[in-house]
Design a protein around this ligand. Structure first.
Ligand code: PLP
Length: 398
């Protein structure tokens, strides 16, 4: 329905793009915003005091305001990083001094590697215990497992709001209620990379400490990520990257640092990416996130209906109601990489493999799977082409 807003499809007429959970395509609004910034306003932000630099600084600040409004945060609680991955690594480093040997971190088993490996590494550095929260048969967290694993040593809990590999949306409000009624001081880190395009998020209502996402999974450019951090934590925790812009005063042997969000934004910030991100949010707001949800649901239901008709396909968590428009499946007895190859010959682009969730794959007892992820530029015709290509896989391998 919204396909003509995305120029890539003009240039790739045959493309059936079903990998939006990996990265979304960019609408003209975003491409224009980045281009126009570069031809009208480009300068180093935050430091210069001439007109062009002040314009770049203003655009950077405006972008922060748009992002803050988008997730219900205050403007000075938004930090720009390179990606969700960098945001999560940053959190794991700056919290280091808050942990003592024997403390415990709980991690959702459905986490992306970028929200799992940094905690493993922190656990090794600080001799902490890492525990996983496992899932029920529909891919939700097993809340009894969560309750059993919470202990007086639990200092931090982290999980994906929505799972990249399966599309399952976790019941985040319920999980947070359980954690807070056990101990209000446990730090909560939520990976929002797969949710922000599909559901309105309010970090204040959720009352979480950290929230991360990437622009490129919500129609924005690759190379800019967002880190929401509660203000009192920004003030209290140490900086991460040292250099220009994040300092207060530098002497030969000692330096004092800014005590606001700027202490996490050392170096020249990318205004063009910030402008691209805010253009993406404006584009989402223009359509309305409820309309995006509605359109995606219609396509998602159609996809499930069509895949359900294929007796040679096994779908994971197909009875789960609360999902992003993502379906994980395998063609029975065929490796996902072989499926990928046949689909690709037919210009159908899906993601296959472990989806950066190897512990989840192991937990599900599968080596890998196929993942179709939909967005507003997809149509039922795309899904019909996918199904046709899956029949070709059957023809070749059975
Ligand atoms: C749930 C989730 N978290 C984190 C990431 C990492 O995002 P990025 O590669 O933009 O850092 C991804 C990317 O697929 C993801 O799906």
């Amino acid at each position: 329905m919204y396909k003509n807003e995305f120029p890539i499809f003009e240039n790739n007429k045959e493309l059936v793009y079903l990998d939006s959970a990996a990265t979304t395509q960019k609408p003209k609004d975003v491409l224009d915003a980045i281009y126009n910034y570069n031809i009208y306003n480009n300068a180093s932000p935050n430091r210069g005091s001439y007109k062009l630099s002040l314009e770049a600084t203003n655009l950077y600040k405006e972008s922060k305001k748009t992002v803050a409004n988008f997730i219900g945060a205050k403007i000075d609680e938004i930090i720009y990083t390179k990606s969700a991955t960098e945001s999560l690594n940053l959190i794991s480093y700056v919290l280091e001094s808050e942990f003592e040997t024997g403390d415990e971190i709980l991690v959702g088993i459905s986490s992306h590697h970028s929200n799992l490996v940094p905690w493993q590494e922190l656990s090794k550095r600080k001799k902490l215990t890492l525990k996983y929260i496992y899932l029920d048969e529909n891919g939700n967290f097993d809340l009894n497992d969560l309750k059993n694993k919470l202990s007086e040593n639990t200092k931090l809990i982290t999980f994906s709001y929505a799972v990249n590999a399966t599309g399952v949306i976790h019941d985040v409000e319920k999980i947070i209620k359980i954690i807070k009624s056990y101990n209000n001081n446990i730090k909560i880190v939520v990976d929002g990379a797969q949710i922000v395009l599909h559901k309105k998020i309010d970090v204040k209502k959720l009352d979480i400490d950290f929230f991360v996402f990437s622009a490129h999974k919500m129609f924005g450019p690759i190379g800019i990520g967002v880190l929401y951090m509660k203000n009192d934590l920004i003030k209290k925790l140490p900086p991460f990257l040292y250099g220009g812009d994040m300092i207060e005063y530098v002497e030969e042997t000692n330096t004092t640092y800014k005590d606001n969000y700027e202490k996490y934004e050392g170096g020249t910030q990318s205004v063009e990416l910030a402008v691209g991100l805010s253009a993406a949010i404006k584009f989402i707001n223009k359509i309305g996130i409820e309309n995006i949800e509605k359109y995606e649901k219609e396509l998602h239901d159609y996809l499930l209906e069509k895949l359900n008709e294929l007796d040679f396909v096994e779908i994971y968590f197909k009875n789960q109601k609360n999902k992003t428009p993502v379906v994980a499946f395998n063609v029975k007895n065929v490796h996902s990489h072989d499926v990928n190859q046949i689909l690709d010959i037919n210009n159908v682009a899906i993601r296959t493999g472990h989806h950066c969730t190897q512990p989840l794959m192991k937990y599900l007892n599968i080596p890998s799977c196929c993942r179709v992820s939909l967005s507003i530029y997809n149509t039922k015709i795309d899904i019909d082409k996918l199904v046709k290509s899956l029949y070709k896989v059957k023809e070749i391998f059975y």
